[in-house]
Design a protein around this ligand. Structure first.
Ligand code: FAD
Ligand code: NAI
Length: 467
């Protein structure tokens, strides 16, 4: 029987990063993956394909709408959707092969098949042809990820009623796309298909979009999306979708109940959140406990209720983000190797990759108010940022929230082009416990959009220069 120091189940961003870090630390490692390719949800059907389509569809829209005003005269662009899907697939292939290369380079064994935990020290692997093998493992890390949350009355067929997976591979641009859920997936994939020509309506249960993100940022962002052509039905829920006719017919009710209305759509995207994926892992038999929301319960060191079995990523509590899973992968590998692995959950950036982007790190204004923390807010709009002005991309602003007494930065929220890149200087600053004054006194290159961050930091002390 093959024997390892560590067996990792799942090769998403949590699993493969954990395996590599453990191998770097001298452990003998194997990964178990049931999908044909490595990289998990993120590389195959999540982060990466969605970003390829966001990029390609943004270029399509820019070519059609923004080039002419800069004097770049091109014929009206036409869409070759199969070519765009090939572009997406090439990106996926490049990344998943990259993971395969890294696993080999780090001498990590890849066991193809579905992994089942038999208890402390043993994993059973069942390959696609039904053959099983059992391997020994001093430690086991479960990184099995998540899947979409199903919605009662709206059965996903991945053709006309789709989850994000189907929405990344539609064969043609829907005339009307109905998105259920104004979260990250709904707005990103809604953006892709709107840019390619779909009429997009988003039905959201709450009375706001992107719950959890800073309210002021989200309000402005919603207005921007509406200008782009998004229709929102907030405070509403879809109770059923009738797929018997040529057009889908969705029944929509006010969230609190009331008179229903019917909306027709060519495609319905169900994007109401994701749930941990624990099927086939044998958790119950192994005695591995779940928490009240069906996630694998772990302690502060990622240890489950069974000795030697750890869990990380989407299958445990916390934001369902690839970089959170990666950092947990590194931390748990270090802990298993006898070191002091740690994740700072207070400084995990979040980005919505629309145009403009929305990014955030640390506390929102709502969270600070609720916690009774006295804070000062500094804001700076991109309309007053020179680089944004010359590029005529002035939507959005930077907001910095600092402790009123100590000036320590507690949260940074940005809506604007490249917000997902700009946010990282705030993350580094916060990791070091820096203040708004530190940021304000850091020289920023001119002309850059990042200067808006410095100006927002100056605005915390009421001394922004360009406003
Ligand atoms: P996963 O990536 O889900 O990987 C789990 C792996 O485990 C899978 O390959 C699965 O096949 C395998 N597995 C499961 N059970 C078994 C078993 N029993 N045996 C063997 N293998 C098994 N996050 C971001 O940070 N940025 C983004 O831009 C972003 N975009 C997204 C877009 C979409 C459309 C979606 C759906 C998600 C997106 N996410 C994004 C979220 C991100 O994909 C997840 O947070 C991340 O993939 C979680 O990593 P993980 O390693 O925990 O699990
Ligand atoms: P989400 O949690 O971001 O948003 C779901 C939305 O659906 C919420 O606004 C919620 O109020 C709403 N909702 C719930 N039930 C509803 C109902 N019955 N009717 C109408 N609305 C309803 O979930 P989403 O968009 O599915 O994404 C799942 C997760 O995947 C994200 O939370 C994120 O962790 C990850 N992700 C991250 C991305 C990124 O980092 N850029 C991109 C895509 C996904």
């Amino acid at each position: 029987m093959a024997s390892y120091d560590l067996v990792v189940i799942g090769t998403g961003p949590g699993g493969y990063v954990c395996a590599i870090r453990a191998a770097q630390l001298g452990l003998k490692v194997a990964v178990v993956e049931k999908r044909d390719t490595f990289g998990g949800t993120c590389l195959n059907i999540g982060c990466m394909p969605s970003k390829a389509l966001l990029y390609a569809s943004e270029m399509f829209e820019e070519a059609g709408h923004s080039f002419a005003k800069m004097g770049v005269v091109v014929p009206k662009p036409s869409l070759d959707l199969p070519a765009m899907m090939t572009f997406k697939q090439q990106g996926i292939d490049g990344n998943v092969k990259g993971v395969e290369f890294l696993l080999k380079k780090n001498k990590i064994d890849a066991l193809r098949g579905s992994g089942r935990v038999l208890g402390t020290g043993k994993v059973e692997v069942t390959s696609a042809d039904g053959k099983t093998q059992t391997v020994e493992a001093k430690s086991i890390v479960i990184a099995s990820g998540s899947t979409y949350t199903p919605l009662k009355g709206v059965a996903v067929d991945e053709k006309r009623i789709v989850s994000s997976t189907g929405a990344l591979s539609l064969g043609k641009v829907p005339g009307k796309l109905l998105v259920i859920g104004a979260g990250v997936i709904g707005l990103e994939l809604g953006s892709v298909w709107r840019r390619l020509g779909a009429e997009v309506t988003v039905v959201e249960f709450l009375d706001r979009i992107l719950p959890g993100m800073d309210g002021e940022v989200v309000k402005q962002f919603q207005r921007i999306l509406e200008k782009q052509g998004f229709n929102f039905k907030l405070g509403s829920k879809v109770t059923a979708v009738d797929s018997s006719g040529a057009m889908l017919k969705a029944t929509i009710e006010p969230a609190a109940g009331g008179k229903p209305e019917t909306l027709e759509a060519d495609v319905v995207l169900v994007a109401i959140g994701r749930i941990p994926y624990t099927k086939g892992l044998g958790l119950e038999d192994a005695g591995i406990k779940l928490d009240e929301r069906g996630r694998i319960a772990i302690d502060a060191h990622f240890l489950t209720s069974v000795k030697g079995v750890y869990a990380i990523g989407d299958v445990v509590a916390g934001p369902m983000l690839a970089h959170k899973a990666e950092d947990e992968g590194v931390a748990v590998a270090e802990i298993i190797a006898g070191k002091a692995g740690h994740v700072n959950y207070d400084v995990i950036p979040g980005v919505v990759y629309t145009t403009p982007e929305v990014s955030s790190v640390g506390k929102t204004e709502e969270e600070l108010k609720q916690a009774g923390v006295a804070y000062t807010a500094g804001k700076f709009p991109f309309t007053a940022n020179g680089r944004s002005k010359v590029n005529q991309t002035t939507d959005g602003f930077v907001k910095i929230l600092a402790d009123a007494k100590t000036d320590r930065v507690l949260g940074v929220h940005i809506v604007g082009r490249e917000a997902g890149e700009i946010i990282h200087e705030a993350a580094v600053l916060m990791e070091f416990g820096g203040s708004a004054e530190d940021l304000a006194r850091t020289c920023h290159a001119h002309p850059t959009r990042s200067e808006a961050v410095k100006e927002a930091a100056l605005a915390v002390g009421k001394r922004a220069i360009h406003m």
